[in-house]
Design a binder for this molecule. Sequence first.
Ligand code: SF4
Length: 154
Amino acid sequence: MYHARLWSVRHARLLEAFYQCFEKVLIRLHPLFERIGYQRLEQPVAATEKVVKGFLFDCRMCGRCVLSNTGMSCPMNCPKNMRNGPCGGVRPDGFCEVKPDMRCVWVEAWTGSQRMREGAAIESVQIQLDWRLQNSSAWLRVAREKGEQRAGSL
Ligand code: SF4
């Protein structure tokens, strides 16, 4: 939903605040998720994530979400899957050279990041995407990775 995607960028600050709370809940749930089994949770959680983020961001379920770093504009909507800034083909009016009726996701990312409290995160370099993670839940990945980190530091 292109219009919902643009709405998300316009409300990047609100979504950032919401996600920060949501992430804290996810991390706290790590022990419970472990007890249930991450593998068992993968399918239902990924299906839910796909519906929610598909609607709000046109999420492509890359498995390693960077929305917090990209002004709530999903970089996987770029036809070239650019995850570290735009290509050289952005039109002067800010539209994509491949899809002329779509605003460049990185123009949107910059706009959204300027609205966010931690918008400077757009400057951090994203590691190469591991395509084996495609269609897996980024929420569960965050819960597991940050939950394990938290348990290790206690
Ligand atoms: S960065 Fe990945 S997980 Fe996040 S919205 Fe885009 S495709 Fe989905």
